[in-house]
Design a protein around this ligand. Structure first.
Ligand code: GDP
Ligand code: MG
Length: 456
């Protein structure tokens, strides 16, 4: 049974390298009961950094997908790499999600790739949430980071949390909506009154939050200006709508490795971020009429799916990760790769939990899945019904790469397996956690993802 579309949340987790994205994804999966053991990047045991090269270097190289069920919703988490060489993968990942969780480090604040992924999210019109992460680190500073967000990123950023405790004493957050304090000890969260020393600041930031909610709607703003306050229900409604429409960007606190504020983040994803149904129609080309057309995220519509990542599994072979844009995609069906004029037998289709696949019979609109051993299909291709062929917008080329270098990189990607180390890659591997700029991996990664675009 396909997942009901209104209950799906597809979320891209993006940010500069090393800010704790993969750790945060792991903590969310663990909190949702999707994994029974909390993996660690430093042990090479996380769900989404499974490639031997990722384990060795302790960084994400490929976009990967995992899912968890939270309060009756399916959350698909697209964990993306954050280092410059692989950032094209983050861009591709953002094309198939409906919202972004932008993670920043509480010591470093906004960094080069933070600004880049912010631009990608703006390009795809994605609502977002900012997580100020690793707040348990020495010299971390929530307010300095919040200030740097406001200065360097475009958008109406508004604090939803204030932190309780600092650096190694960081233990929780003030929820500025409920006006309570949530602290975590031994993996257990406890809700209590706001500590006295935080009361004034909490009041001040709560006021800013109410103001931001009022500003999302002219009528509400007039009411707020006349009466000087807003009722709780209408403030919540305005906040939710403001976040889903991207008019507001909430900023929350976290320490992923200590599972602090992870439940709150899952709640926020479910309550305030849009489902695929909320994102509306997707434009493309009807290949029968050669006219512009649209596809709606409807289970009964003709099948249209977009391939956003291609991997090579050492045992199975080629894996094509895709998002179903419209219709219900069935295992063992035959689809048309519209751009290449090739028929593709879908065989098994599955949900992805990192490298583990769970076979399903159908995937409904908005779902993210994987197909094995597609013959002709490459990243960026559209799979569609033969009787009603349709192609989603293809490629926006990255201007920074010349056509010939892209072609060379694409040839390398196609001719070389991507998981088990080739002799060349093994030779190049170093113990440092920073990838070399000239690494063939980076070129391969960019080639895999830089050739197309998901646009509404
Ligand atoms: N102190 C602290 N370290 C963290 C936290 N989250 C992740 N880390 C560490 O930061 C490093 C980078 O984490 P990772 O999840 O790979 O970051 P990514 O590159 O953004 O995916 C690893 O050594 C993690 O153990 C956190 O909340 N607090
Ligand atoms: Mg990572």
């Amino acid at each position: 049974m396909a997942i009901e579309i209104g209950k799906i949340r597809n979320v891209g987790v993006v940010g500069h390298g090393g800010v704790g994205k993969t750790t945060l994804v792991e903590a969310m999966l663990f909190a949702a009961g999707a994994v029974t053991r909390l993996g660690r990047v430093d042990d090479g045991s996380t769900t989404t950094d499974f490639d031997p090269d990722e384990i060795k270097r302790k960084i994400s190289i490929n976009t990967s997908v995992a899912y968890g069920d939270w309060k009756g919703h399916r959350i698909n988490l697209v964990d993306t790499p954050g280092y410059g060489d692989f950032i094209a993968d983050a861009r591709a990942g953002l094309r198939v999600v409906d919202a972004a969780v932008v993670v920043v480090d509480a010591v470093a604040g906004v960094q080069v790739q933070t600004e880049k992924v912010w631009k990608f999210a703006t390009e795809y019109n994605l609502p977002r949430v900012v997580v100020v992460n690793r707040l348990d680190r020495e010299r971390s500073d929530f307010f300095r980071t919040f200030e740097s967000l406001g200065r360097r990123l475009k958008g109406r950023l508004v604090a939803l949390h204030l932190l309780v405790g600092e650096e190694s004493g960081f233990r929780g957050f003030v929820d500025l909506v409920k006006m309570t304090a949530v602290t975590v000890a031994g993996g257990k969260a406890t809700e209590a009154d706001i500590p006295g020393d935080l009361a004034d600041r909490a009041k001040e930031y709560r006021e800013k939050l109410v103001e931001a909610a009022a500003e999302t709607d002219d009528e509400l703003l007039s009411k707020y200006l006349e009466e000087g306050s807003l009722g709780e229900p209408e403030m919540l409604k305005a906040l939710r709508a403001g976040i889903a429409e991207g008019k507001l960007v909430p900023v929350v606190c976290a320490a992923g490795s200590r599972s602090i504020a992870v439940h709150a983040l899952l709640d926020l994803i479910v309550e305030a971020l849009p489902s695929p149904a909320d994102r509306g129609e997707v434009a493309g080309t009807d290949l029968k009429t050669k006219q512009a057309g649209v596809r709606t995220a409807d289970a009964k519509a003709p099948v249209t799916a977009l391939v956003f990542k291609t991997l090579s599994d050492p045992h199975i072979g080629k894996l094509s990760l895709f998002r179903v844009v419209s219709g219900t995609l069935r295992a063992d069906s035959t689809l048309l790769n519209a751009g290449r004029g090739a028929r593709e037998r879908m065989g098994h289709v599955s949900w992805l939990q990192g490298k583990t696949q769970k076979n399903v019979e159908t995937l409904g609109p908005g779902e993210i899945g994987v197909a094995q051993k597609l013959k002709e299909t490459l990243t960026g291709d559209t799979l569609t019904e033969e009787a009603q062929p349709f192609e989603l917008p293809r490629i926006t080329r990255r201007r920074s790469r010349s056509r010939s270098s892209r072609r060379r990189a694409a040839m390398r990607t196609r001719s070389r397996p991507r998981w088990r180390g080739s002799p060349r890659r093994t030779r190049r591997s170093t113990t440092t956690s920073i990838p070399r700029r000239s690494s063939s991996w980076s070129r391969a990664s960019a080639a895999c993802t830089s050739r197309w675009s998901w646009s509404a």
